[in-house]
Design a protein around this ligand. Structure first.
Ligand SMILES: [Zn+2]
Length: 160
């Protein structure tokens, strides 16, 4: 999944839940939701920062912190893991076990005769991919998602 989707989906979800956010909270959600993909700079993408050993300290830290802002970073981080689980594989026990697991769900509506909805799901596993020296920044669907999210942010933060 590209970083635009990793940023826009949790932002739209939290705006739908809370209605209002401070700019600092938006920044922390953006930071949390993009941080795991910085492991693209290691030899293998979806490696160290996509491991449960990276996530666990950030899940417990907000409980011990006096600042509520850490929750927004952790929220973004958890959302990244959730989205990656459904868009590829997550090597949860990296580097001890270099095998990622993912969930694939696809729905198909057959319209040849009576409309019938067919939903297929499967658990997949794969080895984390080698970094190729490039990283897809966005696709056309994530581009329009980014534009719509920016419009929402402009309306929220710069009301006329
Ligand atoms: Zn990722």
């Amino acid at each position: 999944m590209d970083p635009i989707k990793h940023v826009t989906i949790p932002l739209l979800f939290i705006f739908a839940l809370k209605g209002e956010l401070q700019l600092t909270e938006v920044f922390l959600v953006v930071l949390g939701s993009t941080t795991p993909d910085f492991d693209v700079f290691f030899e293998e993408h979806r490696s160290y920062f996509h491991s449960i050993f990276f996530l666990i300290p950030f899940i417990f830290a907000p409980f011990y912190s006096k600042s509520e802002y850490l929750w927004y970073f952790t929220y973004g981080l958890c959302f990244h893991f959730l989205l990656d689980l459904f868009s590829g594989v997550l090597p949860l026990f990296y580097p001890f076990k270099k095998l990622g697991i993912g969930i694939k769900i696809a729905g198909k509506i057959e319209i040849r005769s009576l409309p019938k909805i067919k939903i297929e799901s499967k658990l997949s596993s794969a080895y984390p991919s080698k970094s190729k020296g490039e990283y897809i920044a966005f696709s056309s669907d994530s581009f329009i998602l980014a534009v719509l999210t920016l419009i929402l942010l402009l309306f929220k933060f710069f009301k006329p």
